[in-house]
Design a protein around this ligand. Structure first.
Ligand code: NAG
Length: 226
């Protein structure tokens, strides 16, 4: 009986393990793993992430970053938003392999971080500055959850789900700070993932997917800078 159960369970567990679309970042085997960004390290071996600096060379400054202290200019961007993400290779070596990153989101007046998804991370965002900011996400039943945030309020976007951030203040910019549960969250913006791919998705597919005609497809592509 036990043998039968095991022979049944084992392939089932394997099946669901490989079917599982996303896995958390691998656990650390050390206290930390400061990214060694030297050219020598890059040439010596490759791994999933960045090689660790010799712990004897660790400095307090490795665990700090000023990458999020500077405001960015979102005004000239396609949607009026500009994101700064911490990067263990360039701005935050001590955060390497900790399974997290942070992002600063600057929204222009009327600026929008359009519907997008992070395949490898949950995100919690905190409104630092701004009063008329609407955030929301859509679950896999297509139910929409939105909230207007006040400064100091936070909102969580579940992993992999499509979400947006909209500053509907016509005058004042807004700033949000996000924590993400991966050092490599990835991002797919819905407008670009459909109308601005390289190479382009064939027109018939876009026409049928959005119930529009060829002129609509071309207009949307042009509007998105294509
Ligand atoms: C985002 O802001 C930075 C710093 O102000 C700027 O260099 C960059 O060009 C901006 N991004 C876009 C897409 O305009």
């Amino acid at each position: 009986m036990r043998a039968n159960l095991t022979t049944l369970l084992f392939p089932t567990i394997l099946f669901f393990r490989f079917l599982s679309p996303s896995k958390p970042d691998p656990d650390l085997l050390h206290d930390y793993c400061i990214a060694d960004t030297s050219a020598a390290a890059a040439q010596s071996f490759h791994l999933n992430g960045l090689p660790c600096l010799d712990p004897a060379l660790a400095q307090p400054s490795h665990f700090a970053t000023s990458a999020l202290s500077k405001s960015t200019n979102p005004a000239a961007t396609l949607f009026g938003f500009n994101v700064t993400l911490t990067n263990p290779a360039t701005s935050f070596p001590g955060a390497n392999a900790q399974g997290l990153s942070m992002a600063r989101i600057d929204l222009a007046p009327g600026g929008l971080a359009p519907p997008h998804a992070h395949p490898r991370a949950s995100e919690v965002t905190l409104l630092l500055q701004g009063t008329l900011v609407l955030v929301g996400f859509v679950d896999t039943s297509y139910r929409l959850y939105t909230q207007q945030l006040r400064p100091g309020d936070a909102f969580v976007f579940p992993k992999g789900l499509v979400h947006f951030l909209y500053n509907f203040d016509p005058v004042a910019p807004a700033v949000l700070l996000s924590g993400l549960s991966s050092q490599s969250p990835g991002a797919q913006l819905a407008p670009l993932a459909t109308f601005r791919t390289e190479p382009q998705i064939i027109e018939d597919v876009l026409k049928k997917a959005f119930k529009i005609n060829g002129q609509d497809v071309q207009r949307i592509q042009r509007n998105l800078g294509g």
